[in-house]
Write a protein that binds this ligand. Structure first.
Ligand code: RIB
Length: 302
């Protein structure tokens, strides 16, 4: 079973409400109509990979409920292999409650449900982990399962530590990561630095980590690549975001897909920055993920 990118990660049903501004603690506000959109960082990355033209699979867990059936069907409709998307008895599927404010920024609360039940045993004897060119994972599943995935990966292991891990990340995980893809917040936690608010700070923090390559996503400022002795800042095209949900997932998918074709890391990041920017121009997680042709159309259309 050979595949370009095997994703090990989460599936959520996103409950999305548009608001003028994300509420403060203790504040109640009125928003727009509720939209229910397939999401979850793992599923988004698998779908994004497939839409960009690479073969992909999702290894994960859904609950034995209607949400789980819907999420699985959406993955299959997008050509993602779900042979190892396990159903979990008596546990709800993951959901996310998302508020999107007028400038496209969001605030997300995830109830992991079945995603939290993906164990290290689940990622033993998965043929895709041995045959995929790239294995991509995130942090919406237990950290011990991420570590087991890394150990069982024969190809290139990419870890996107999103959402930012709350516990200290074991060094044994960073040791098996080939390409680490944090945002500024995740990088500051992993490198134990203060806030990272400049390209220079991102570079020096990334240089302290033991991973072979670190790609730091910087939102509107693009990305920074720190690999061996090479350091490069790749700016992003200017866009007026509608909704940033899923943009980081689209970036990771494009990066993993590019690497899976043997493309140079910098070339893959240049493509990933464009894909991430194009994703912010449409609403929702999986609903906003573009094909390669749509990336060009969206960016040329402004
Ligand atoms: O990265 C966006 C995703 O984060 C959403 O789809 C939501 O489900 C949360 O996992």
């Amino acid at each position: 079973m050979s595949i370009d990118v095997a994703v090990v990660g989460s599936c959520n049903l996103d409950f999305v409400v548009n608001v003028d501004a994300i509420p403060l603690v203790g504040q109640t506000i009125l928003g727009g109509d509720l939209a229910q959109i397939p999401g979850g960082k793992g599923a988004n990355q698998a779908v994004a990979t497939s839409r960009l033209g690479y073969s992909s699979a999702l290894i994960g867990r859904i609950g034995d409920d209607d949400n789980g059936k819907f999420l699985k069907q959406c993955l299959e409709d997008d050509g993602v292999d779900t042979s190892f998307l396990f159903e979990t008895e008596d546990v709800p599927s993951g959901i996310a409650m998302i508020a999107v404010q007028a400038d496209g920024d969001n605030s997300i609360v995830v109830s992991p449900g079945a995603n939290a039940r993906l164990t290290p045993d689940d990622v033993e004897n998965i043929p895709f982990l041995e045959t995929a060119t790239v294995v991509l994972t995130q942090s919406e599943i237990p950290i011990e399962t991420v570590i087991a995935t890394g150990r069982n990966t024969s190809g290139i292991f990419v870890w996107n530590p999103a959402p930012a891990p709350e516990e200290i990340v074991p060094l044994e995980l960073l040791d098996v990561v080939d390409v680490l893809v944090p945002n500024q917040t995740e990088l500051s936690l992993l490198a134990a630095t203060g806030p990272i608010n400049s390209v220079e700070k991102a570079i020096s923090a990334a240089q302290t980590l033991p991973c072979a390559s670190v790609v730091v996503t910087l939102g509107a400022d693009g990305a920074v690549v720190v690999a061996n002795n090479d350091v490069m800042h790749i700016p992003a095209p200017f866009v007026r975001p509608v909704d940033t949900t899923g943009a980081g997932d689209a970036f990771c998918a494009a990066l993993a897909g590019g690497i899976s074709q043997g493309n140079d890391l910098i070339v893959s990041v240049e493509q990933a920055v464009r894909v991430g920017a194009a994703t912010t121009l449409f609403a929702g997680a999986q609903s906003s993920l573009p094909t390669l042709e749509q990336v060009t159309e969206r960016l040329e259309g402004g």
